[in-house]
Design a protein around this ligand. Structure first.
Ligand code: HEM
Length: 134
């Protein structure tokens, strides 16, 4: 474990280097596609109800920190574990897949290459069992 990086419970082991973080374009680029991603979630009538009443700025920042850490970047994620964040939400496999599609679309719109997108998605896939509870 490299000093200064927070552990993300339930996720894949942290990458050995920051190559994915750099491919994603760094923290600010991650924030930009994350903000776009969140907008897409809210525009999706299947998914928007999950995010009712939440503070978009706070969640966008938390998500971008999480993506940054998962990509091996020099960020700190201060949120809760994936189990705790999603417990009781009753998220189904179809919800999970829909969310991943929006993330792909946001990364596409940001011009990120498929290989880079897939590297991030592969790491996030480790969260499946912690997020999908029915
Ligand atoms: C790869 C899959 C996913 C990842 C990596 C992920 C990641 C996260 C992260 C990092 C947070 C912030 C937690 C915090 O700040 O403490 C969060 C919160 C949340 N996620 Fe997810 N998530 C995923 C899938 C989903 C899905 C499929 C849904 C619903 C359709 C969802 C709904 C939510 C909601 C509603 C919150 C806010 C919980 C709250 O603040 O009470 N997530 N997620």
């Amino acid at each position: 474990q490299t000093a200064g990086r927070s552990v993300v419970p339930g996720a894949a082991p942290l990458p050995a280097d920051d190559s994915l973080y750099r491919e994603l374009g760094g923290r600010e680029a991650i924030q930009r596609f994350t903000d776009d991603f969140y907008g897409r979630l809210l525009a999706d009538r299947r998914l928007a109800p999950f995010f009712d009443g939440l503070n978009p700025r706070a969640l966008e920042r938390s998500l971008a920190d999480y993506f940054c850490v998962v990509a091996g970047g020099p960020c700190t994620y201060e949120g809760v574990s994936m189990v705790d964040a999603h417990a009781g939400l009753g998220i189904r496999r179809a919800d999970f897949n829909a969310l991943v599609e929006h993330l792909q679309d946001a990364m596409d719109a940001a011009g990120l290459p498929f290989a880079t997108q897939n590297r991030l998605l592969a790491r996030l896939a480790f969260s499946h069992r912690d997020v999908v509870t029915r």
